[in-house]
Design a protein around this ligand. Structure first.
Ligand code: NCD
Length: 348
């Protein structure tokens, strides 16, 4: 199977063996992501990182991933600093940039816009989030995270129970992750949200049609028990006009220490794509969970670099025997700055 030259626009374009291959490539690249080796597999390549919507970790982790493979990156952020603000069409921008870059990463507020951009372009385009549509690289890194956490726990994704909490209507990470999990067997989904923020019916129907078990709950006290993974999300306020749709979302939906102690399994893996909304009334994942070992959110964010390296290696076709391009580091070496870093980078 080959992802060479393909755009990564939707999680629906993958089958299970492709997912497993990406995971293998990500594992091979871990020592480079952890900065134990330098890699020059993409020496001479240029990536254009085009972000027309707010982003911190996705933009920086795509940039870091390409750089760690030895390539260079050009960034543009926001409409103000791009020619789209001068009335240029997405098609023209695409034709021009594909003459400069070997790969393009794009985030845009309109659903379907990245696919429109990718039409007729000669280099791989990766969708880094298109409105409420999809976020395939996030789903892949979430899959990588669940797989890594489950390896430690001796669990498998087939047969697991996942509780998804928060803005299930507008959250594109939820949509992409559920579509990815559809490729596994016998998964139980607990969707926990007030009716105004419920997951799209079409998504629920497609999970049921693939043989999974789908339950909707309006309370965490009945939705969390039995879950192997809790995936919490932020209310996507920027996608909600007027705020009426948030109706019914309250403190009762907040995943905090008390909720975990009272309703969750002891070894539950707690995930969130981040950012967490810490503003009053947001009721997002609470910071009183931060010292729980099963809070995987920062490992999940770290995994973004590794998985995005694997995506680039595969679409640019340098993944076979990529370890031939690993070299000893002669310059800067990662040092121990905190206990958290030490664990991730396997430092003493
Ligand atoms: C998510 C996104 O942009 O969809 N963030 C991310 O990419 N890690 C989730 C969010 O913004 O809530």
């Amino acid at each position: 199977m080959s992802l060479a030259g393909r755009h990564i626009l939707s999680i629906d374009q993958f089958n299970r063996s492709e997912l497993e291959r990406i995971l293998e490539v990500a594992h091979t690249l871990e020592p480079v992501a952890r900065r134990q080796y330098r890699c020059d597999a993409l020496d001479g390549a240029v990536m254009a990182n085009l972000f027309f919507e707010a982003s911190t970790r996705t933009r920086i982790s795509f940039h870091t991933a390409f750089s760690r493979l030895g390539g260079r990156v050009c960034d543009t952020t926001g409409f103000t600093f791009s020619s789209l603000s001068k009335g240029e069409s997405l098609e023209d921008t695409a034709r021009v940039i594909s003459g400069y870059a070997d790969a393009i990463v794009m985030r845009h507020p309109e659903t379907g816009s990245v696919a429109q951009f990718a039409k007729g372009i000669r280099v791989p385009v990766i969708n880094a989030g298109d409105g409420t549509g999809e976020h395939p690289s996030q789903a892949l890194l979430d899959y990588y995270t669940i797989d890594s956490e489950f390896r430690r726990l001796g669990k498998s994704i087939d047969g697991m129970t996942i509780a998804l909490v928060g803005d299930l209507k507008h959250g594109r990470t939820i949509h992409s992750l559920c579509r990815l999990l559809r490729l596994f067997r016998n998964i139980t989904f607990h969707f926990i949200a007030p009716p105004a923020l419920a997951a799209p019916q079409e998504l629920l129907d497609s999970l049921k049609a693939a043989g999974h078990h789908v339950h909707e709950f309006a309370s965490i006290s009945i939705g969390l028990p039995g879950a192997d993974v809790i995936y919490a999300t932020r209310i996507q306020r920027e996608r909600i006009e007027g705020g009426e749709e948030m109706e019914g979302y309250s403190e009762d939906y907040r995943i905090n220490r008390v909720a975990i102690e009272n309703h969750a399994e002891k070894d539950v893996v707690i995930m969130h794509p981040l950012p967490r909304d810490g503003r009053p009334g947001a009721f997002d994942l609470a910071t009183d969970l931060d010292d729980l070992p099963n809070l995987a959110i920062f490992r999940q964010a770290d995994n973004g670099v590794t998985m995005r390296m694997a995506i680039f290696a595969m679409v640019l076709d340098v993944h076979e025997n990529i370890d031939r391009h690993f070299h000893k580091r002669h310059g800067y070496r990662p040092r121990r700055y905190s206990d958290h870093d030490a664990d991730f980078y396997q430092l003493d």
